[in-house]
Write a protein that binds this ligand. Structure first.
Ligand SMILES: Cc1cc2nc3c(=O)[nH]c(=O)nc-3n(C[C@H](O)[C@H](O)[C@H](O)COP(=O)(O)OP(=O)(O)OC[C@H]3O[C@@H](n4cnc5c(N)ncnc54)[C@H](O)[C@@H]3O)c2cc1C
Length: 417
């Protein structure tokens, strides 16, 4: 491992998830010298365990007006969509109140417009980079299927009309049309909505690793170490690691759910919550393959065909990031998924991760308000695998003094800091 003790670099990117790796790739494209640091291999945490959906249509975050009507069911703490820890909610009441306030109807358009810009820019980069990174075979342009067991035609039509306002294409399906698309699932779903412009990958972790190799090929430096602190150092920054330090002109914090920790000593109290989620993979039956990710809207789970098997992912668990795992949501949804598609025994252990979420469900993309040269790139909630490339590219553009390719004003860190 190279010793960076006395090295001055243009940019140090902290965190090699999809956001940090993307910042590294984009900063190298702008000719900056870059060191990318993570204690693990690239793409080993949240960016590994997600559902791999590159979603064109996720412009409405979870805190949307319909959250209000769902709240009474969630209060029972038995719904698969949301489990919450009462002690955490009491301790973080401010975050919860602000999250709920953002579910107001008046908050829909500005946030959806902002996310639409971010998602569009990001999907363009994913489609370009995945080819350059020799990982195009991992991407499937087969869309994403949301399905309902009940007669939810009206709900599906409303969603379709809302997406159409943003130019996002989708197709309404009845039971026969769902079976024609996914012949290997049991025909339990009455209504479907196919997001036709959404893609997916068969291993998000492998895609991030491929982007990281592309970064290294372009002259970027990867360093595996625990980051213990960041401090101002004259005109620049000093990043302390478990095994040394790096001096840099710019530091990008892309630590996903861990981002708030390193910022606290600098006086930033970031209202970042962990919407935790789980996955478990199962041996597929080759004769019963899935063609695309399927979102069971009422069952509150996703099934995605992955390299290792069928990955079943859960809804949200609101609790402390590092609290012990509870497999209640997986236990609830796996039998339901098994009733839809035939799959074999579990492959490996269940996985847990944290969707990093700010109260308005928009990421922070931009400069830290009181520290020149410090850049924030985190809070990408449920769609960070989708939005990582444009998040990183926007930061690289701003560092280079250029304009990002989409409107970043709604993502300014100063709205909270
Ligand atoms: C169940 C589930 C399903 C999801 N499905 C989807 C989906 O289908 N599509 C989608 O777009 N998004 C999805 N997401 C969201 C997406 O996975 C995240 O938003 C995204 O991965 C966040 O990326 P990141 O780079 O910000 O964070 P991470 O991938 O977590 O990267 C942060 C990195 O920082 C490193 N790090 C932290 N602290 C330190 C330290 N002190 N020293 C050194 N390194 C450190 C970590 O090791 C890690 O590699 C899902 C999330 C979950 C939990």
């Amino acid at each position: 491992m190279p010793d960076n003790k006395n090295k001055q670099t243009d940019v140090v990117v902290l965190g090699a998830g999809i956001v940090g790796v993307s910042a590294g790739v984009a900063a190298r494209q702008r000719g900056l010298s870059v060191v990318l640091v993570d204690r693990r291999e690239p793409g080993s945490e949240t960016s590994y365990g997600n559902a791999g959906v590159l979603s064109s249509g996720s412009v409405l975050p979870l805190n949307k007006p319909s959250l209000w009507s769902a709240l009474p069911t969630y209060l029972t703490n038995r719904h698969a969509a949301l489990r919450w820890d009462p002690a955490w909610v009491v301790r973080n009441f401010d975050w919860v109140a602000r999250f709920l306030a953002n579910a107001a109807a008046s908050q829909v358009k500005p946030r959806a417009t902002a996310l639409h810009g971010l998602i569009g820019a990001s999907l363009k980069l994913h489609r370009e980079w995945i080819v350059k990174a020799d990982a195009a075979q991992r991407m499937r342009e087969t869309g994403w299927l949301k399905v309902w067991r009940s007669d939810a035609l009206e709900a599906a039509k409303q969603e379709q009309a809302f997406l159409a306002e943003y130019g996002i294409d989708s197709r309404l399906l009845d039971r026969q049309a769902i079976s024609a698309l996914e012949p290997n699932i049991v025909p339990v779903y009455k209504v479907g909505l196919l997001h036709t412009q959404t893609a997916s990958v068969d291993s998000p972790g492998a895609v991030v690793k491929a982007y990281a190799r592309m970064f290294a090929r372009s002259g970027g430096e990867l360093r595996q170490s625990d980051i213990t602190g960041i401090e101002c150092d004259g005109e620049g920054w000093r990043v302390t690691l478990a095994d040394g330090a790096i001096a840099a002109r710019h530091v990008v914090v892309a630590l996903g759910p861990w981002s708030a920790d390193l910022l606290r000593p600098l006086g930033y109290r970031v209202p970042l919550a962990s919407e935790r989620g789980y996955h478990q993979e199962f041996k597929p039956n080759p004769a019963r393959a899935l063609q695309r990710p399927i979102h069971d809207a009422e069952g509150s789970f996703l099934m995605t065909p992955m390299e290792q098997g069928i990955r079943v992912t859960t809804g949200v668990e609101l609790t402390a990031r590092d609290a012990p795992s509870s497999y209640a949501q997986l236990d609830a949804v796996v039998p339901v998924a098994r009733g839809v598609v035939e799959f074999g025994e579990a492959v490996g252990e269940p996985w847990r991760g944290s969707r990093p979420t700010l109260p308005d469900s928009l990421p922070m993309i931009g400069p830290a308000p009181r520290h020149p040269g410090l850049w924030l790139a985190f809070g990408n909630q449920h769609i960070g695998f989708t939005t990582g490339p444009a998040t990183g590219a926007a930061i690289a553009a701003m560092i280079a003094g250029a304009a990002p390719s989409f409107d970043v004003s709604a993502f300014s860190p100063s709205r909270y800091l």
